[in-house]
Design a binder for this molecule. Structure first.
Ligand code: SF4
Length: 230
C-alpha cells in the first residue's frame, strides 16, 4: 500500500504540504526569534553595539547601505538628539548629521554652549539609509527600535530633542504636524522630549531657524529646571 507521502507525491502535493508545515513552524517560532533578538540587543554593551548594528540584516534597509550609522557622541550625555535616518553623506561616513545639515546642527549646539560628543549624543530612528532618502517605513522603524531603546537605556539622557516630524511622530507615537508638537515638553517614558525642525529642513526654510532656536531654548530651560514630565 502506498504511504501518505507517496500518495501526496503522486498528487503533486508533497512540496505544498511540506511548505505549509514549514510555514506553520515558522509562524510558531517567529515571536520567539523576535523576543530573542530584542533580549540580545537589550543586553548589548557599548563595545559591541556598533558591530552589532553593522551586522544587522533585520530589515530591507541593510541592502542599500554603504555603512550603518549607529550614532555618535558622549555615552553619558544629558542631551540626546534623534533624527529620522541617515542620508547619503551619513551613509558614506557612518556618522549621523554630517554635511551641510550636520554643520547647521553643530552650529546650533555651539550656540547652546554644547558640542557634538560633549554631553551630547546624536542618533537616528533607523540606523541604515532609506533608499533615495525616503521616509523609513513603520516596519523598518519597528525593526530598528531595539537599538534605539538600548541607546536610551545606556545613555539615560535627561532630555531628548526630536529633529523633524518623522522622528517626533515616531517617538511620540502620534500623527500630528510638527507645528502642533512644538512649544512644550512631551513625556517620553519620564524623559522630557522637545520637538524641533530637522536641520535639513531649516537649510531650505531659513526663516524657521528662529523657531528652532526657540525650541532649543525651551529644551535648555527644561533641562535646567530638571523637569520630569508625568
Ligand atoms: Fe537593522 Fe536597523 Fe539597519 Fe534595519 S535599519 S538593517 S533594523 S540596523
Amino acid at each position: 500500500m502506498a504511504t501518505r507521502d507517496e500518495l501526496l507525491a503522486a498528487l503533486g502535493l508533497t512540496p505544498v504540504w511540506r511548505l505549509r508545515a514549514a510555514a506553520q513552524e515558522d509562524r510558531a517560532s517567529a515571536p520567539i526569534v523576535v523576543a530573542d533578538r530584542a533580549a540580545r540587543i537589550a543586553a548589548l554593551e557599548w563595545r559591541d553595539f556598533a558591530a552589532d548594528v553593522d551586522a544587522c540584516t533585520e530589515c530591507p534597509l541593510h541592502r542599500g547601505r554603504k555603512k550603518s550609522v549607529p550614532g555618535v557622541g558622549d555615552p553619558r550625555a544629558e542631551w540626546l538628539f534623534i533624527g529620522e535616518g541617515p542620508g547619503a553623506e551619513e551613509d558614506a561616513k557612518g556618522e549621523p548629521f554630517v554635511g551641510q545639515a550636520g554643520r547647521l546642527l553643530d552650529n546650533m549646539l555651539a550656540a547652546l554652549g554644547l558640542a557634538r560628543g560633549e554631553n551630547v549624543y546624536i542618533a537616528n530612528c533607523v540606523k541604515c539609509r532609506p533608499p533615495g532618502n525616503r521616509t523609513p517605513e513603520p516596519a523598518e522603524i519597528e525593526a530598528c527600535r531595539p537599538y534605539l531603546d538600548r541607546q536610551l537605556a545606556l545613555i539615560r539622557p535627561r532630555l531628548i530633542v526630536a529633529l523633524g516630524k518623522s522622528a517626533a511622530t515616531t517617538l511620540l507615537n502620534v500623527d500630528a504636524t510638527i507645528g502642533s508638537l512644538r512649544g512644550r515638553a512631551h513625556d517620553f517614558g519620564g524623559i522630557p522630549l522637545v520637538v524641533t525642525y530637522h536641520p535639513a529642513y531649516l537649510l531650505r526654510n531659513l526663516p524657521d531657524k528662529a523657531k528652532a532656536w526657540e525650541d532649543l531654548l525651551l529644551a535648555r530651560r527644561t533641562l535646567a529646571a530638571g523637569d520630569r514630565v508625568a
